[in-house]
Design a binder for this molecule. Structure first.
Ligand SMILES: *[C@@H]1O[C@H](CO)[C@@H](O)[C@H](O)[C@H]1NC(C)=O
Ligand SMILES: *[C@@H]1O[C@H](CO)[C@@H](O)[C@H](O)[C@H]1NC(C)=O
Ligand SMILES: *[C@@H]1O[C@H](CO)[C@@H](O)[C@H](O)[C@H]1NC(C)=O
Ligand SMILES: *[C@@H]1O[C@H](CO)[C@@H](O)[C@H](O)[C@H]1NC(C)=O
Ligand SMILES: *[C@@H]1O[C@H](CO)[C@@H](O)[C@H](O)[C@H]1NC(C)=O
Ligand SMILES: *[C@@H]1O[C@H](CO)[C@@H](O)[C@H](O)[C@H]1NC(C)=O
Ligand SMILES: *[C@@H]1O[C@H](CO)[C@@H](O)[C@H](O)[C@H]1NC(C)=O
Length: 663
């Protein structure tokens, strides 16, 4: 009895079965998982600024949703104050959601990135989720039919919102709509009200200082009695993708069959002071590397920085004179994209946004990529390399047409590829997208091999692409595969020794020695290309997930089938057996060879092309040649398969995937 009594006197939460109020969370008894913590200041921090993570914070006691065991879900009301603090001014991943679900454990298999810690690829949309979420979504994800990168949505069992609206509120006095930016770093208040009789869900959002606007932003009829299970718990879920955002909850209240207690704004904890300088959007996944290597990297980086400084003076002259005429005027690009309207957005990613546009004078269709770039010094080098790459012409490479600079922003203009990126054809379940047949896939593989061979061996410099993957392969009008997005590419003189750099690229495509040494070489590209070949043939992402939610690598799976003599069983079922078995077997074997953990066992792109064209016979592969397990190998090196690979609208580390894609 005494304990019960003391429990009711918990410091910051006034709580009983049907009502609670948290004015800050210091000392609060919340159930937390993932990245979620309560900070010393008393904020719930759902994500802490690392990429690809998720966090949950739940009220510990179940909700008494129903008056009687068989009754309907009663009216309830929630208020909370949140803030999203991104490391970048105009970009943040992925958002935050208020969620009612069977419990925090039911979210344990949920994924990061666009899944926002709520569902995963397999479970999204299932009735058994028994989940209501109100999402505050800061990324436009085409997979979930998001309207833009700043919306509030009502989600039932799936991240495809039943209704969503641009974030904002209606003025009480004149009814006019005022938009708000979720990623403004300002604390805002949200109210979620459910009327059990009318089965109506209202969502309202307003700036912190404002009383609750009378007209809700969203009002949606849905009978939650048909959705929510008994018991159900309430809490928050949040996930980051490639962006280093922090998601905070400052205060929270709940009322069952009565209004949620008013949150005393004045008593809320303060948000942490922000660093003065917003970071640039250039993202890099820095993978855990042995600390010795790190020290070495720092040393080399210092030397490199000094050398880059010296190189500028030369390069600057070079690129200005060479590329001057190809520099686009911002005005033209602005008009071409109708002012960078959301409607023209092809994709959003860690690096920035890509828009479709049409140049007014020439009526040429282009893909315009906006990259925010803080560091002036990095910018010059970046442009010098981009300009260099702009001179490359090859039928299997997306042509870079030019660039434009504006304050801290770099804008790249590419050929528009009307058929979008390859991954959409492999993975999208969208109607109207035809599956690629084997002949088309084989042609795309050969095309990309030819483009990559050109970059490695045929051009005046060695270009290492560093981010080969299906979402960076775009399809032109004739469905030719073209390698795009040179945002991470590195250039070297032929014969020069590649330098150590920070490890960038996409999980699942990274060669083991790249992670170990930080040296990107043509053979690390070959590794990624091997994974790419397997992916296109199997129609499976490089990191697979089984029924139990265990992750494993596509390479290992294919290899296992090769050992079992059942190689053809890995072929994409969407091909329905209509493929040339010899070609398929052949491509899979080359794929395995390219994705070999030992760099010396991998062929060069020249050899890959010769194999593919049938000019050279593929060497006989023995069991000993291919006795490896990539995952075990990577894990032994302290590398973990970090996250489910991003969908096409998402990004890899450091690049936007849909470079000039879109339909
Ligand atoms: C976030 O938390 C993880 C552990 O959960 C830690 O490894 C990482 O360094 C933290 N990130 C930041 C930016 O503090
Ligand atoms: C926290 O809440 C849970 C669930 O209501 C309860 O079992 C536990 O005793 C609480 N812990 C504290 C320290 O109040
Ligand atoms: C909100 O969404 C609904 C349904 O899509 C739409 O009818 C309404 O006009 C939208 N309101 C605003 C302000 O966008
Ligand atoms: C509506 O009222 C608000 C606040 O009084 C004001 O800022 C806004 O300009 C008004 N809008 C219109 C269209 O009158
Ligand atoms: C509101 O929308 C207008 C026009 O779409 C845009 O210019 C403005 O930046 C938006 N404001 C916020 C706070 O997002
Ligand atoms: C939801 O909003 C409508 C007005 O759009 C209002 O009539 C209704 O009472 C509201 N319901 C709740 C539960 O707030
Ligand atoms: C909502 O669903 C429950 C359970 O199916 C049902 O008993 C109830 O009548 C429904 N309410 C309305 C208003 O349709």
């Amino acid at each position: 009895m005494l304990f019960l009594f003391l429990g009711l006197l918990a410091p910051s939460a006034a709580t009983d079965g049907d009502q609670f109020l948290y004015t800050g969370f210091a000392g609060a008894n919340l159930t937390l998982d993932g990245a979620a913590t309560v900070t010393a200041a008393g904020l719930v921090e759902l994500t802490n600024g690392s990429t690809h993570q998720k966090g949950h914070a739940f009220h510990p006691a179940p909700l008494r949703l129903r008056g009687s065991p068989k009754g309907t879900v009663r009216s309830f009301s929630v208020a909370f104050v949140f803030a999203i603090v991104s490391g970048y001014l105009d970009f943040s991943t992925h958002g935050l959601a208020l969620v009612v679900a069977p419990g925090i454990k039911s979210l344990s298999t949920a994924l990061t990135d666009q899944y926002m810690g709520l569902t995963n690829a397999k479970d999204d949309g299932k009735d058994t989720n028994h989940m209501l979420a109100v999402e505050l979504d800061t990324v436009q994800n085409i997979e979930f039919k998001d309207m833009n990168a700043n919306h509030v949505g009502i989600d039932i069992n799936t991240l495809t919102s039943l209704q969503s609206n641009e974030t904002g509120y209606y003025h009480d006095n004149n009814g006019s709509f005022q938009n708000l930016s979720l990623i403004s770093r300002e604390a805002m208040q949200v109210w979620v009200d459910y009327d059990g009789e009318a089965t109506q869900i209202n969502v309202t959002i307003a700036p912190l200082a404002m009383v609750k606007p009378k007209r809700p932003l969203i009002s949606y009829i849905y009978n939650l009695s048909t959705v929510l299970a008994e018991p159900s718990y309430i809490g928050f879920s949040s996930a980051t993708g490639p962006g280093n955002s922090r998601h905070y909850v400052l205060g929270w209240s709940f009322g069952m069959n009565k209004p949620a207690p008013v949150i005393d704004i004045a008593k809320l904890p303060k948000l942490p002071q922000l660093g003065s300088k917003p970071r640039s959007k250039v993202l890099e996944i820095t993978l855990p590397i042995a600390s010795a290597a790190l020290v070495l990297t720092v040393g080399i980086a210092v030397v490199l920085l000094v050398r880059r400084r010296l190189r500028y003076t030369e390069l600057r002259e070079d690129w200005e004179s060479e590329f001057g005429p190809h520099r686009f005027a911002y005005k033209d690009l602005f008009h071409a994209t109708k002012g960078f309207k959301d409607k023209h957005l092809l994709g959003a990613g860690g690096f920035g946004m890509v828009y479709r546009g049409e140049l007014q004078k020439s009526r040429v269709e282009v893909a315009v990529k906006k990259v925010s770039h803080g560091s002036k010094q990095g910018m010059k080098e970046f442009i010098a390399e981009i300009v260099s790459i702009g001179r490359i012409r090859h039928r299997n490479l997306v042509q870079l047409l030019g660039y434009c600079r504006r304050k801290d922003e770099l804008i790249l203009v590419y050929d528009y590829m009307s058929n979008g990126s390859l991954d959409k054809y492999l993975y999208s379940e969208e109607d109207g997208l035809t599956t690629l047949d084997w002949a088309q896939r084989f042609r795309i593989i050969k095309g990309v091999a030819s483009g990559l061979h050109f970059l490695h061996e045929r051009w005046e410099k060695v270009v290492i692409h560093r981010d080969i993957k299906t979402s960076n392969v775009l399809l032109d009008k004739e469905m030719n595969g073209r390698l795009g997005d040179f945002g991470l590419a590195k250039l070297y003189e032929h014969g020069a020794n590649p330098q150590t750099t920070r490890v960038v690229g996409t999980t699942g495509y990274l060669a083991p020695e790249l992670v170990r040494t930080g040296k990107a070489t043509p053979l690390t590209d070959v590794f990624a290309f091997g994974t790419f070949m397997l992916e296109v043939t199997c129609g499976q992402r490089p990191i697979k997930q089984d029924e139990q939610g265990n992750q494993f690598l596509l390479v290992d799976w294919v290899l296992q089938h090769w050992h079992n003599g059942s190689l053809l069983e890995v072929v994409d079922p969407k091909l329905r057996g209509e493929h040339n078995s010899d070609e398929v077997r052949f491509v899979l074997q080359i794929g395995l060879l390219c994705a070999h953990p030992s760099a010396t066992a991998r062929p060069s792109m020249q050899q890959v092309l010769q194999y593919l064209d049938g000019e050279t016979l593929l060497p006989e592969m023995t069991r000993a040649d291919l006795s490896f397990n990539m995952l075990a190998l990577l894990q032994r090196k302290g590398l973990h398969v970090m996250s489910w690979p991003c969908s096409s609208t998402m990004v890899s580390a450091g690049t936007i995937s849909d470079l000039s894609g879109g339909r």
